[in-house]
Design a protein around this ligand. Sequence first.
Ligand code: ADP
Length: 272
Amino acid sequence: HQLLAQQASLALRNAQEYEEERRRIEALAELDRVKTDFFANVSHEFRTPLTLMLGPLADALTDATAPLATVQRERVETAWRNATRLLTLVNSLLTFSSLEAGRARSDARTVDLSALTAELAGVFRAAVERAGLTLEVVCPPLPRPVTIDPVNWERIVTNLLSNALKYTFIGRIRVALDADDNEVRLTVADTGIGIAEQDLPKLFDRFHRVRGARSRSHEGTGIGLALVHELARLEGGEVRVTSRVGVGSTFTVVLPWSATRRNAVADPPVER
Ligand code: ADP
């Protein structure tokens, strides 16, 4: 009888602890939702004034009837460049919050992924060469077209490439696309500073930045890789990384053919 009473009281305590734990998790999830909504709202509010700033700045730079003196042009260009950077960041935050809330969709269409990737990499050529690095682009034609959201693909490729550029000081950046019977793979490999092993597990977490990371420019928010991770998932694939400090990093985005043939409209939202 005593044993039974003891077991009953233990079970009750377990149930109470379980209930408390469940409430704590719910409260945290709610807090996370509030934070995500807050980010989305603030980012959205930032977008309008930024767009309104960019218009007149672009006009000032392109108006042939009122050409700017060199000094003025440089100043306006600096303002335009930085406002554009801020807008890109705000857009990333917005995409990220909708991905987190499971609201993002893949507007997939059939694309020549090889041509698209080569074109996106080409945009970086001038900046890579200006930094004294070599850009290698190996994008042979794929055996078949890929169904994917080209805007999402652009975000994936440009985020990985701008990181490679930011964290590489000597050597080369290589962008390669290849495929086998099962999957299509994009690799962005650099000969940069590399990432310590202990930082790898958290690398794709939002806002995570490697402590003391020296980068070409000091800007950085820790959102780029989280975005790449979420977008790769949204497209039915995943991103992986291998890296060695002082040797370089290789990011690989793997897209199974089965995922790239799906009908985007019928896709369920990403579950978190
Ligand atoms: P950030 O805006 O800080 O670059 P990311 O999410 O793109 O944010 O990257 C997170 C962190 O991962 C960076 O702060 C940097 O420390 C590290 N990292 C990302 N890409 C590379 C790379 N190619 N080489 C070395 N470190 C990298």
